[in-house]
Design a protein around this ligand. Structure first.
Ligand code: NAD
Length: 496
């Protein structure tokens, strides 16, 4: 049951006819549409456009034209920064509206949408705005010997890569759109965002706010529609210079292949099967709290979520008991109910997929300590589930579930547990729980992951690079690393 009053502007936005945002205006076409469904009720909220080929082409041409015109890329950096800060302020002013749109279409808790999605989006936007005035190259003392006596001054310049396509998944639709959009805008690129079919609404609203903030028409376009159709055309388009993709490993690989046909630059943020390793000396209470945040944030639909828990045998039973007690008392309900801590998954498809994983784990011998069932009703709920008696070879310990399912395993030996943690095709994130600093410093370098937390899990910061090793992706988002990924380095050598 919802206990949040829906803002009139949210209802009005949902009820509009939806098109694609190209060149500063909504563009419509006859043809297929895609239902946006409220995961709490299973009811359709609205229909959005499954963009036909000509609309996708129109978006790319618009972005290309805007880039070539220099209307954004040639702006004084200080002016780009000022406009981006203005954009950030507008998003902050519309935070409640965006949070409600996010919860209604994604299913997540409104508390989380406000406190995490919107706050983190605004902080990320503010941080990235500042980069517009801080892009720099280097100078070099070169030793070129010819002609004899010649002098040279050599330096590098970072230049915007061109038209960027950002492909966004459904778990953090607004935040991840901002992760792609903002470095593109800060560096002077133009950008097309393709949101996930399930959750396009906040990216669409963001495009209107960008225009209102003074970002010129064509610099930020939004194209909605199917992954393989719209996404496929965008990633293989010769006028696209860079693709930033977040999603599943399977699709990410095909995006990389499509990009290579035109040597389009690409970065991939993909899946994870992230271990949380709790050593014998860890503070159990803090580790349990960390497991709840790290494993159940956004109902487990987080790429960096902890999903396999290796707990030292001496504290394993106590850990499982405390975790199960905490999890089984979490209230379940509509994301628009402020009291509900566990909310529906994004779609019927995701609900069925998570239930299948739980069923397979049962068949393989896992013990369901708590949860494990779907909840009756039309929403896409799954009880938060703690599994014990699992071993490292079971599918639930190896495959990404992307739902509220935490599997706990005991271990005896620290060397062996690091091997188990690394014995997976993914390498996005991991956490180590210990109060022994020297153990932490020795073990962290041995963990194969893009991010390792100690006594924390799933905490990100705009300044701290984020991305995966192995099949969790290529490239890094955030910080200086993302600025480098959205620019080309030009070497200049002047003889004088
Ligand atoms: P998905 O790969 O199915 O879709 C992601 C996006 O790609 C969507 O916008 C989709 O429409 C689009 N897409 C689908 N097929 C495409 C194609 N052939 N060409 C271009 N685009 C295409 O993933 P999902 O189901 O939306 O998201 C869940 C997955 O994303 C999980 O595996 C999760 O781990 C991963 N994820 C990773 C991160 C990260 O930062 N590493 C963050 C969030 C989600």
């Amino acid at each position: 049951m919802s206990n949040v009053e829906i803002l009139p502007q949210v209802s009005a936005f949902i009820e509009r006819r939806h098109g694609c945002f190209i060149d500063g205006q909504w563009v419509f076409a006859e043809g297929e549409s895609i239902a946006v469904v409220n995961p709490a009720t299973g009811q359709t909220l609205c229909e959005t456009m499954d963009a036909p080929l000509e609309i996708v082409e129109q978006a790319v041409q618009s972005s290309h034209k805007a880039f070539k015109s220099g209307v954004w890329s040639k702006l004084r950096p200080a002016d780009r920064e000022r406009i981006l800060l203005n954009f950030t302020r507008l998003v902050e002013e519309h935070a409640e509206e965006l949070a409600q749109l996010e919860t209604l279409s994604q299913g997540k808790s409104i508390n989380m949408a406000r406190a995490l999605d919107l706050n983190a989006t605004v902080e990320f936007m503010r941080y990235m705005s500042g980069w517009a005035t801080k892009i720099e190259g280097q100078t070099f003392d070169v030793s070129i010997p010819l002609p004899p006596g010649a002098k040279f001054t050599a330096f590098t310049k970072r230049e915007p890569v061109g038209v960027v396509v950002g492909i966004v998944p459904w778990n953090f639709p607004l935040l991840i759109a901002a992760w792609k959009l903002m470095p593109a805008l800060a560096t002077g690129c133009t950008v097309i965002i393709k949101p996930a079919m399930e959750t396009p609404l906040t990216a669409m609203r963001l495009a209107e706010l960008a225009l209102e903030a003074g970002i010129p028409a064509g610099v930020f376009n939004v194209v909605t529609g199917g992954g393989a159709s719209v996404g496929g055309v965008l990633t293989s388009h010769p006028l696209v210079s860079k693709v930033s993709f977040t999603g599943s490993t399977a699709v990410g690989k095909s995006v990389g292949v499509a990009c290579m046909t035109n040597m389009t630059r690409f970065s991939l943020e993909l899946g994870g099967k992230n271990p949380m390793i709790v050593l014998a000396d860890a503070d159990i209470e803090k580790a349990v709290q960390g497991a709840i945040l790290g494993g159940l944030l956004n109902n487990g639909q987080v790429c960096a979520a902890a999903s396999r828990f290796y707990v030292h045998r001496s504290i394993h039973d106590k850990f499982v008991e405390a975790l199960a007690a905490a999890v089984s008392s979490m209230p379940i309900g509509d994301g628009m109910n402020c009291e509900a801590a566990i909310n529906p998954l994004v779609s019927r498809k995701q609900q069925q997929s998570v239930l299948k994983h739980i069923e397979l784990a049962r068949q393989e011998g896992a013990r369901v300590v708590t949860g494990g069932e779907l909840l009756q009703g039309d929403g896409f709920f799954v009880q938060p589930t703690i599994l014990a008696d699992i071993d490292h070879s079971m599918a639930v310990a190896r495959e990404e579930v992307f739902g509220p399912v935490l599997g706990v395993m005991p271990f005896d030996d620290e060397d062996a547990v690091i091997e188990l943690a690394n014995d997976n095709r993914y390498g996005l994130a991991a956490s180590l729980w210990t109060n022994d600093l020297s153990k932490a410093m020795n073990l962290v370098p041995r963990i194969e992951a893009g991010t390792v937390w100690v006594n924390a899990h799933v905490l990100l910061d705009p300044a701290m690079p984020f991305g995966g090793v192995k099949q969790s992706g290529m490239g890094r988002e955030f910080g200086r690393a993302v600025i480098e990924a959205y620019t080309e380095l030009k070497s200049v050598c002047i003889a004088h």
